[in-house]
Design a protein around this ligand. Sequence first.
Ligand code: ATP
Ligand code: MG
Length: 141
Amino acid sequence: MTIERTLAIIKPDAVAKGVAGQILTRIENASFKVLAAKMLQLAPEQARSFYGVHRNRPFYQSLCAFMTQGPCIAMVLEGENAIQRWRDLMGATDFTKAAPGTIRKDFASSIEANAVHGSDSPASAVVEIAFFFSSLEICPR
Ligand code: ATP
Ligand code: MG
């Protein structure tokens, strides 16, 4: 087992629906430590940069518009195998294929408005955490 950190985002659809608290409860119940958290609204160029890996996908423009439509909540989660465990808790990208009991199954509205984000590898976790948080904003304990 490895202690990892991952970048989690409660996306604008979930904040707008008022389910951020329920998602945070699931995070805490799954024994993640929340080392940092903040609400912010991404600017268009920030969304384009954050999801730059998808720049050639047909859904890129729509995804960036969705991610900037309202505030989101970015968090740093820490725990054993945090990267994969958080993705397991999120469920499949397409919520119609997500397993019962996952966050996306319960809170997503579409393949795009799918409630949460999670880093997909240790390398992207490092980059994504630094995108949102300075070292002073992370509270190890
Ligand atoms: P995320 O990176 O947000 O954690 P993911 O890793 O499960 O999600 P990716 O393939 O990285 O999925 O896609 C990034 C995001 O782009 C998805 O979470 C979703 O919001 C959006 N997206 C992915 N595929 C589609 C699609 N076919 N149509 C519309 N939006 C999509
Ligand atoms: Mg992804």
